[in-house]
Design a protein around this ligand. Structure first.
Ligand SMILES: CC(C)(COP(=O)(O)OP(=O)(O)OC[C@H]1O[C@@H](n2cnc3c(N)ncnc32)[C@H](O)[C@@H]1OP(=O)(O)O)[C@@H](O)C(=O)NCCC(=O)NCCS
Length: 255
């Protein structure tokens, strides 16, 4: 078989690997190390070019904000349980990440899709939001089970407003999110709605927004899995030992 037919089987524009050479998007790794930040590297790989310092700072703020939300979150709890079962740390992290889906951890991607649908509507903004609300009872990225006001909302939106003011981002998605919030009245934007504004303003498609959230939350999942592993607890289930889940089947009966 022609050698090019084999080497062309996998194609990538991300990284050039030769003996003694690693280059990300054309930049030698030895020039990147020490010169660019981790968020800049994420951007470079996902988008192909390096971001400006301001773009990278906004991306980093979103990544920091979503890093952890405590062991009551199913993904974190699952990772901690996995860590007590004798798995390696990588398996424990994967267990947590695998729980992030459309319902748990999916609101950011859904909010990005919603913002885009409203932004691209031909209706005036307020009407486009009203139209969307008439078709959807719950809007992703707004409201929270136990934070009356998500403490991450204000600093994130403050950074987006500053980025609009200095021309780093355009502000169209921020305007959509703020109009939704205005119409929802007392239901404020949550972490997913606010980070969705950032990822959309920075030009990421919704699915990559989910990917970036997973990258961010993976840090928390790793730290929780490590903490639980350090405790030395073995086989920790979802309830403290003396408690059992409620049984709802038939009463004991003879065969
Ligand atoms: C998170 C969530 C489940 C919290 O729900 P909750 O605590 O049960 O809130 P409630 O249903 O008590 O909401 C109170 C009122 O606000 C409204 N509301 C809450 N979140 C809303 C939302 N996202 N969109 C529209 N209305 C919302 C409810 O309709 C309700 O109105 P009503 O009293 O007229 O019926 C809900 O806000 C939601 O589904 N949000 C979207 C998903 C999301 O962003 N999840 C990520 C959270 S970090």
């Amino acid at each position: 078989m022609d050698e090019r037919a084999v080497t062309g089987w996998w194609r990538t524009s991300l990284v050039r690997i030769e003996p003694g050479e690693i280059a990300l998007r054309g930049y030698p790794i030895e020039q990147l190390i020490g010169a660019v930040t981790f968020p800049q590297t994420i951007w470079l790989l996902l988008k192909g070019e390096l971001p400006s310092r301001e773009q990278a700072a906004l991306l980093e703020a979103a990544l920091v904000a979503a890093v952890d939300h405590g062991p009551q979150a199913p993904s974190i709890a699952a990772a901690r349980m996995a860590a007590t079962c004798g798995l390696g740390l990588n398996n424990a992290v994967a267990t947590g990440v695998n729980l992030l889906g459309d319902v748990h951890g999916g609101a950011g991607q859904q909010a990005m899709a919603m913002y885009e649908e409203i932004r691209s509507s031909e209706l005036p903004l307020a009407d486009a939001v009203r139209d969307y609300r008439s078709r959807h009872r719950y809007l992703p990225g707004f409201g929270h089970r136990f934070h009356p006001r998500d403490p991450r909302r204000d600093p994130l939106l403050g950074l987006v407003r500053a980025a609009v003011a200095d021309g780093t981002v355009g502000g169209e998605y921020l305007a959509v999110a703020e109009e939704i919030e205005r119409q929802l009245g007392p239901v404020p934007m949550n972490i997913d709605g606010a980070t969705a504004v950032i990822y959309a303003e920075l030009g990421f498609p919704p699915e990559l927004g989910r990917g970036l959230f997973v990258l961010s939350r993976s840090v928390g999942i790793l730290a929780h899995a490590w903490e639980e592993k350090q405790s030395g607890t073995r086989i920790k289930g979802p309830l403290p030992r003396p408690l059992l889940p409620t049984y709802t089947g038939p009463a004991l009966r003879d065969l």
